[in-house]
Write a protein that binds this ligand. Structure first.
Ligand SMILES: Nc1ncnc2c1ncn2[C@@H]1O[C@H](COP(=O)(O)OP(=O)(O)OP(=O)(O)O)[C@@H](O)[C@H]1O
Length: 283
C-alpha cells in the first residue's frame, strides 16, 4: 500500500451532537479504536457519553452509526433520568430511543473482563436486530480505585488487568468495528523540586483543571492501552463577560464556567483544543 492510500481510508465516526466538538475530532469519535475522555469529576465525561449513546442511533447522513450502544457503568446509579431528559430533546430515528441503549453495571475489573469475554455474542447477534456500534465504559478508573495496594504485586496485577481489558476492547473494535469510549478520572500531580523528572505523555507537558496541576489516573500502563486520549478541564473562573453562543435569542449567552477539551494524543489528530459549555436545554 502506498502512503497516499492511507489518506483515502475513511474511518467511520460517531458525531458528538455538537459541530464544534466534531470539528475538533475530525468528524466525531472514531470506530474501530479506543477513545478515552479523561478529566476531573463533574467536567462532563458522562454527559458526552450519554450524548454519544443517543447520537449513535442517527443515520450516517446525520453523523451517526444507525446503531445501538452498550453502556457499561461502574458508578452507581446509572443516570437514567438524565439520559431520558436528553432523549426528549433528541431527534431519534427510533420510536423508543432508550430501548437502543443497553445498560450494564459492573463492580470490579474482573467482572468487566468476564463481560468483555462474552461480548462477541452480543456484537455478532444483537438482540433487537440493530447492530451495537458504540461501547462505553464509564468509568474505568472507578474499577481500580480500591482493591489494589501500592505494592509491586498489586501494581503488576493491575497492569496485567489493564492489558487484558484493553486487549479485549481492541479485539472487539477490530472484529466488529464499534467505537469504544472509556472515561478516566484526573488525579492531582504532587509537586516535586525536580519538575524535569515529571513524565510527559502526549502533546502537553502539564494539564490543569480548576486551577490545579493534574494528570489522567491509572498511570503509564493504562495510557498505553488507549488509542486516543482527550482531556476535559474546567477553568477556575467564570468568563469576565457573558459568552456569546451565537444564538440570536435572549438565551444566547452563557455566564457559567467554560470547559475545555484538549487532544492529548491521537493517531489521526494534531495537538488542538476547543472550549465547550454544558447547558440545561437542547441547543
Ligand atoms: N441532569 C442534568 N441535567 C443537566 N446538566 C447536568 C445534569 N447532571 C449534571 N449536569 C451537568 O453536567 C456536568 C457534568 O457532569 P458529568 O456527570 O457529565 O461529569 P463527569 O465528568 O462524568 O463526572 P464524574 O467523573 O463525577 O462522573 C455537571 O457539572 C452539571 O453541570
Amino acid at each position: 500500500m502506498r502512503p497516499q492510500r492511507l489518506l483515502d481510508i475513511a474511518t467511520e465516526k460517531c458525531t458528538l451532537g455538537c459541530p464544534i466538538l466534531d470539528d475538533l475530532l475530525g468528524g466525531g469519535v472514531p470506530c474501530g479504536s479506543v477513545t478515552e475522555f479523561a478529566g476531573e469529576s463533574g467536567v462532563g465525561k458522562t454527559q458526552l457519553c450519554l450524548q454519544l449513546a443517543l447520537c449513535a442511533m442517527l443515520p450516517p447522513s446525520r453523523g451517526g452509526l444507525s446503531a445501538a450502544s452498550l453502556y457499561i457503568h461502574s458508578e452507581f446509579p446509572f443516570p437514567l433520568p438524565r439520559l431520558r431528559h436528553l432523549s426528549f430533546h433528541f431527534p431519534s430515528p427510533f420510536p423508543s430511543p432508550l430501548d437502543h441503549v443497553l445498560v450494564r453495571g459492573v463492580h470490579t475489573a474482573d467482572e468487566l473482563l468476564a463481560i468483555l469475554d462474552r461480548l462477541g455474542d452480543l456484537l455478532s447477534r444483537p438482540p433487537s436486530g440493530v447492530p451495537v456500534k458504540l461501547i462505553v465504559i464509564d468509568s474505568i478508573a472507578a474499577l481500580f480505585r480500591s482493591d489494589f495496594d501500592n505494592n509491586s504485586v498489586d501494581l503488576k496485577r493491575r497492569s496485567s488487568l489493564f492489558f487484558m481489558i484493553a486487549g479485549k476492547l481492541k479485539e472487539h473494535a477490530a472484529r466488529f468495528g464499534p467505537a469504544v469510549v472509556v472515561t478516566n478520572q484526573a488525579v492531582d500531580v504532587v509537586a516535586t523540586e525536580d519538575q524535569s523528572s515529571r513524565l510527559r505523555v502526549g502533546n502537553y507537558a502539564s494539564l490543569r483543571t480548576s486551577g490545579r496541576d493534574v494528570c489522567p489516573a491509572l498511570g503509564l500502563s493504562w495510557a498505553n492501552c488507549v488509542n486516543t486520549r482527550l482531556f476535559l478541564s474546567r477553568s477556575e473562573q467564570r468568563p469576565p463577560k457573558a459568552v456569546d453562543l451565537g444564538d440570536s435569542t435572549s438565551e444566547g449567552t452563557y455566564t457559567g464556567k467554560v470547559r475545555r477539551i484538549q487532544v492529548v494524543f491521537a493517531p489521526h489528530l494534531p495537538e488542538s483544543s476547543c472550549e465547550y459549555v454544558i447547558l440545561r436545554r437542547a441547543y
